[in-house]
Design a binder for this molecule. Structure first.
Ligand SMILES: [Fe+2]
Length: 122
């Protein structure tokens, strides 16, 4: 969570190196996950229907931010992206072993628009 008492806490005195930018994006993802957790806790802690709806909507926007940042992280660090893909495959294999239907690609990853090098035939 932000440290509002210190207005300079988020400032960086120079441009980030690529490695530092990757670390910063990881930190950003952590912040979004924490926000999701806190908003969801507040949704669960109230029966006020308007508050539930508004806070749940904000919580879901934070989930979209995680998706944006994960996509950015994969772009910045394609090698790390291969580890994410490996983990996804491992879970799919475990689900297959348990005879659990694997969610379609559209639900696991709505926009599977990975860049390719194009056709190798042409
Ligand atoms: Fe956010």
């Amino acid at each position: 969570m932000a440290n509002f008492a210190n207005p300079f806490v988020g400032n960086v005195p120079r441009k980030l190196t690529k490695e530092e930018l990757i670390q910063a994006v990881r930190l950003n993802i952590g912040g979004e996950l924490e926000a999701i957790y806190v908003y969801d806790a507040h949704v669960q802690a109230t029966d006020d229907p308007v508050a539930k709806k508004v806070i749940a909507d904000i919580r879901d926007e934070e989930k979209a931010h995680v998706g944006e940042l994960m996509t950015l992280l994969k772009y910045l660090d394609p090698e790390e992206a291969t580890h994410f893909a490996d983990g996804e495959e491992e879970v799919k294999e475990m689900m297959e072993e348990l005879n659990i239907k694997i969610p379609s690609e559209t639900t696991m990853s709505k926009n599977n628009t990975e860049n390719t090098v194009g056709s190798l035939i042409e």
